[in-house]
Write a protein of this length. Structure first.
Length: 285
């Protein structure tokens, strides 16, 4: 097998890669209520592509009371719960045979807890990003399923892109601004086109000339980091190289980035995995 070439573009997901994963909040919530872990993610994924979560991330609907009500309904579908529970029974025969009632989930509380938790920079990826930026050797880009928070919300920003983390990237593809979301193949093609345009428009700069940006960017010159397998599979189909970022162990992905780039990227944060909280949330029954 030949040695893979140095990429031109490092393409990052945000939640669960550059910032703490919202999945950590979901897992904590499920454990606090005694719900079989995975129900909330299963419920959200099975409503694709027209569930309230997916429509919000494509910017088709606003974050308002109508969204919260619809999201809550998506989380309380009896047929979907029964299907999920039977899958869990096949994995764990000790579960009661009779399907219990659909768990009572406070969708609005959960949503805002997830969003608040995922504003904190990942302690392993943050120094790696800063070191990559300082090296000047790569186009740093982001491809993220995003949410536009309305005025009055605690996470609202007048300028969506005026954010310390978003400001690290040369190109930022936001699902709620472009009307597409991962894992739709079209958003990967959109991202490829955006980084290609960036490379060609900066080819006359000194680093652009040294790094071959005049030739643009091909799919195999992109390394994409995400924490969701489905998103990585879709990226591979387009031709991107990929790195999986494990929940609570982003330092493993930083190791892979160091191997690919040949740079020292890691900070000094201890390499101790983040564990789920057992009963440490204010989840509402």
């Amino acid at each position: 097998m030949g040695i893979e070439k140095i990429p031109k573009v490092l393409l990052f997901d945000i939640g669960g890669v550059c910032v703490v994963s919202p999945f950590q909040s979901i897992l904590d919530y499920e454990l606090s209520l005694g719900i079989p872990p995975g129900w909330i993610n299963y419920s959200i994924s099975k409503t694709a592509p027209h569930g309230f979560w997916h429509r919000l991330e494509r910017g088709e609907i606003k974050l308002d009371d109508e969204f919260y009500a619809g999201f809550n309904r998506d989380l309380h579908d009896p047929a979907r719960w029964e299907a999920f529970y039977k899958i869990q029974q096949s994995k764990n025969p000790s579960l009661p045979e009779q399907v219990p009632p659909v768990p009572n989930i406070d969708g609005k509380w959960l949503f805002n807890d997830m969003m608040t938790a995922s504003t904190a920079p990942d302690p392993w990826m943050q120094p790696a990003l800063k070191n990559l930026k300082a090296s000047g050797k790569f186009i740093l880009a982001a491809l993220s399923n995003t949410i536009i928070f309305p005025p009055g919300h605690a996470l609202h920003r007048e300028d969506f892109f005026a954010d310390p983390i978003r400001g690290l990237f040369d190109v930022f593809v936001s699902s709620s601004h472009v009307g597409l979301r991962k894992p739709d193949p079209k958003i990967y093609e959109y991202a490829l086109n955006e980084v290609d345009k960036y490379a060609k428009s900066h080819a006359t700069e000194e680093r652009g000339g040294l790094l071959g940006w005049q030739d643009g960017v091909k799919p195999d010159e992109i390394v994409f980091l995400d924490d969701i397998g489905e998103n990585l599979k879709a990226a591979k189909k387009v031709g991107f190289r990929t790195i999986k970022v494990p929940l609570g162990r982003a330092f493993e992905a930083v190791d892979e980035l160091e191997s690919i780039t040949g740079l020292k990227l890691a900070g000094d944060h201890p390499r101790i995995p983040i564990k789920p909280k057992l009963g440490g949330t204010n989840a509402k029954l």
